[in-house]
Structure formats: structure tokens, C-alpha cells
Ligand binder design. Sequence first.
Ligand code: UD1
Length: 361
Amino acid sequence: MRIVSVVGARPNFVKLAPVARALATQRGVEHIVVHTGQHYDPLLSESFFTDLEIPQPKHNLDVGSGTHAQQTARIMERFEPLCGELQPDWVLVYGDVNSTVAAGLVAAKLGVRLAHVEAGLRSYDRSMPEEYNRVVTDHLADLLFAPSRDAVANLAREGIPAERVAFVGNVMIDALVHARAQARRLRTAERLGLPEGKFALVTLHRPSNVDDPQVFGGLCDALAEISRERPTLFPAHPRTQARLTRTGFVSRLGKVRLCDPLPYLAMLDLTESAGLVITDSGGIQEETTFLGVPCLTVRPNTERPITIDQGTNRLVAPTRDAILAAARNGQARGPARQLERWDGRAAERIAAALVEGRRLD
Ligand code: UD1
């Protein structure tokens, strides 16, 4: 059986790692990785393949950056002939990025079976580009791997037949469980002079937070204020760095320690050491929940409500005052949370379903 995984952006690589490992143990499976090139900076791409020990992709479509239409169209144009040539039994796509929906459309139209890892997440916020990618990909897919029961319920409400949906758990947590001990040995906080359990760790990259100077300025002011109260490290995505430079807000960040995006293991290690995480990422909401680390998510909604109901996550409006109030009214770090099927075995269930058509409970 030939399975083609298509990945393109940083969070995809984390999800691919456990799936690639699980498929490697299956007899008679050839697993081919196609990188679309959506993320091309070594710090967003190559370093993740190294840290997560993912085999180098066999093919790179080199699409690079562009508008949503350009990026999606380029991936489709370049993946279509490759997919035709490879004749896979399954195309596997991950998460909610432009690479996910573009490869999904190609596979579906070529009549190749499509499976979606991390299916069923919904923010119900159509101002978010990822929401279209989620909805479209789920409606194209033949097999949908849901990380949580709320995701299964979302798919049922949209009329997707239950036999196409498998509640497998969370592959991002598989990656975490696998790498955690190795990450802790790095002692990243200590090496950076950050006090264990006390510092704030920040990531922001969503267009809604960084593209509007009014909003972004308020966020920078909040971070500057927080950095006067506790050490604050801000590994910034390239688009965020570009906005900081263009607006000059880099000088408005007070004592915030700004740095390049971090490799997976260092970031995981720091997340576990932090006293507070401030983010607009999807995956970090899940990682902090699993680790029991307080998280403020700078967004009006989340497609991962389980991180709020059962985890340590809180939504906070993108204003200086809201963020400061939430950061000061902080919860303490708690014990790790046990969520159903967030147990390090999601990828194993995915491999069993794909290869043997079997459901693993
Ligand atoms: C993408 C995903 C987002 C995910 C994020 C993780 C979509 C719609 N969005 O957003 O869901 O949370 O990845 O990082 O797919 N850039 C670089 N180097 C790179 C890649 C991008 O400098 O290697 C810069 C470019 O200026 C580019 C901008 O970042 O235009 C945006 O990149 P893009 O891939 O379009 O979206 P992300 O914001 O990274």
C-alpha cells in the first residue's frame, strides 16, 4: 500500500512525525512525504524535520509565500501531476493550513482516497482563513481522524457519515509524549537564564493580531508591561518579525526578549518550564493543556474548546488591558491533564485504520 503525506507548514510537521513513525512499523506500506514548500525558512521547516526525526521529504513543491489564492493554486498545480504519477492508495493531509486544503482538493478530484488528520475542529469564525480549510477538507475526505469528542460531534452536525469518522486522539500530543524526556534534558530555560516556573513565553503570528498596527501596538504594550513583572521570551514568527520592524514596535517591547522561532524540542522544553504562556497558536493551546501550564490565547474563540473546558486555557481579547488583567490574575501551574485518547497512541490508531481498515480503541 502506498500512502502519500502532504505537509507544508510548521504545525503539519509536528503532526506528521508520529504518523510517519507508526506507518514505518506497518508491513507492506510505502510512505512518501511531499513538502509543499509553504514554509521554507529553515527555522520553520528543516529544524522540525531534524528535531522530530522525520525522514527527509521525497518531493518538495517549492511553492513559497503568496496570497491565499496564489499559494493554494500553486500547490494544486504542482501536486496534481505528482499525485497522478505516484498513484497512492491514500493521500494524508494534516490540520488546517493552505497546503491541507490544496492537496485535499487535488486528491479528491483525481479520485484518490483522502484522509484528514485533525478533522472536525471548528472555531465557527469565518474571518479566520483556517476555518475554510477545515470545513472544505473535512467535506472532501473519505476518512476523518478526529482528536476529540467535540470534533466528532461537529462532523455529525454537518452530516458527515459516522462510518467515515474515527475518534483517534491527538497526534500533536503523540509527538509531545514521544519527545518530552529528550526535550527536558536540554534545560533550555536554565541555559537562557529564565527562572523555572516563573517566566512568560509568548508566540503571536495570526493576521488578526499582527497585521493591524492598532491591535498589534496594544499587544506590544501589554507584553512590555508584563516583561517588567516577569522575564518574558518572545520567539517571533517571520511575519511577526517583519511587522515589528515595519511598524517600529520593536522599540515598544520593553524588556521582552525577542528571538527567532525555536526548534521543536527547545520550544517544548520551555513550554513545560513556563509560568505563563501567551499565544495565538492552535497547537500550543493543546500542549499547555496537556502539561498543566496556564495559557492565555489571544483570540475571540477557539476551535479547541476542550482546552478551556478541561484544560488550562483562557481566551483573552487582543487589547492591552485585557491581556494585562488576565496575566496578573494568573492561575498556578497545575498537574498534567488526562484527556480522552490524548495518550500518545493516536498515530497508531490512524495507521491501523488506514492499513487494516481496523478501529483501535
Ligand atoms: C500558516 C498557517 C497557520 C499556522 C502557521 C504556523 C495557513 C492559512 N496558515 O500561517 O494556520 O498557524 O502557518 O506557523 O496556511 N514566511 C516566511 N518564511 C516562511 C514562511 C512564511 O518568512 O518560511 C512569511 C512570509 O512573509 C509569508 C508569511 O510569513 O507571506 C505568511 O506565511 P503563510 O505560510 O502564508 O502563513 P503563516 O502565517 O505562516
